[in-house]
Design a protein around this ligand. Structure first.
Ligand code: 3HC
Length: 284
């Protein structure tokens, strides 16, 4: 099993920033790459802001913050990932874009480096086959918000070696997470079970069976979920949710995975949830 010292994170969205925080806190050296320097610097600012909140709650000292941040480097150059033992990408949920990235990483990252994807649903084997090291490609799927959620799904495409899966599993454990292993099928465990529920919640509201607020209250109060389906859809992002449902439907053709039209229309309108300021709720 390989030792993971330096971790590369590609993508500066909600998950990229969360992954960088989790890995840096666990003692890894982290390089975050965004397409723009502004995007990369925004991740650094977000991490510092999050740590400052912890300092205000007296859960962390300024020295601890500085020590963690001293391990975080941000860049807009993919070349900076050359020495990484593990690279996790968390860019847009689009297969072709991810395949292009994996082909680029193949050229840049040292041959022993593991290349992982944080994809929610896409076939990991296709990313593996975009490289010359398919045995060293796997899925490491964190949940949102990554610093809080304890689960990590380790996805094993048919091409991955046992050693890669063991290394990825050990990495998740050193990050303080509880890893589970799953085969490379759309949605893996959680999203394959979660998204029919989220999709049907929208359908139920559209049918007029109950209101948004009552559905959210019911699932919190009746099932003990920390947030109702509409609040969760807004947290995950409506565009990401739609991409997940489309990928699930594409693979299984199960009508429960067929995205309800309202979701597609809201995404077309740019109502993406918390990140855009409005979704099922208003965050302005
Ligand atoms: N980053 C870091 N920490 C965060 C955070 C974030 N984005 N959001 C909340 N937290 C922390 C808070 O600081 C707080 O920590 P503390 O108790 O130590 O001070 C703790 O989490 C609780 O936060 P709040 O009190 O503000 O609010 P809640 O108690 O409502 O918790 C929540 C917020 C953690 C988001 C909780 O509502 C929850 O667990 N929701 C369900 C989330 C979920 O199901 N995620 C999975 C989505 S599916 C997915 O990610 C798969 C992907 O492929 C789409």
């Amino acid at each position: 099993m390989a030792d993971i010292f330096e971790v590369g994170v590609v993508g500066s969205g909600i998950m990229g920033a969360g992954l960088a925080e989790v890995a840096a806190r666990a003692g890894h050296h982290v390089v975050v790459r965004s397409r723009t320097l502004e995007g990369a610097e925004a991740v650094r600012d977000k991490l510092v802001k999050g740590f400052d909140k912890q300092i205000a709650k007296e859960r962390m000292t300024a020295d601890e913050r500085d020590e963690i941040m001293s391990r975080v480097r941000v860049t807009d150059h993919l070349g900076q990932l050359a020495d990484c033992d593990l690279v996790i990408e968390s860019i847009v949920e689009d297969l072709e874009t991810k395949k292009t990235l994996f082909a680029e990483l193949e050229q840049i990252v040292k041959p022993s480096g593991i290349l992982a994807t944080n994809t929610s649903t896409l076939p990991v084997v296709e990313l593996a086959m975009a490289t010359q090291r398919p045995d060293k490609v796997c899925g490491i799927h964190f949940f949102n918000p990554a610093p809080v959620m304890s689960l990590v799904e380790i996805i094993k495409p048919v091409t991955a070696s046992d050693d890669t899966i063991a290394t990825a599993t050990a990495f998740a454990s050193t990050c303080g997470k509880d890893p589970v292993q799953v085969q490379d099928r759309a949605g893996f465990i959680v999203n394959a079970l979660l998204f029919p529920y989220l999709n049907n919640a929208i359908r139920m509201m559209e049918f007029g069976t109950a209101s948004r607020d009552d559905i959210d209250a019911a699932m919190k109060g009746g099932c003990g979920f920390p947030m109702g389906p509409f609040a969760l859809l807004d947290l995950v992002g409506l565009d990401t949710s739609l991409a997940i449902l489309d990928a699930l439907y594409e693979e299984f053709r199960d009508p429960n995975y067929a995205a309800v039209p309202l979701l597609r229309r809201m995404v077309a309108a740019g109502q993406l949830g918390r990140k855009s300021g409005s979704g099922f709720y208003d965050y302005s």
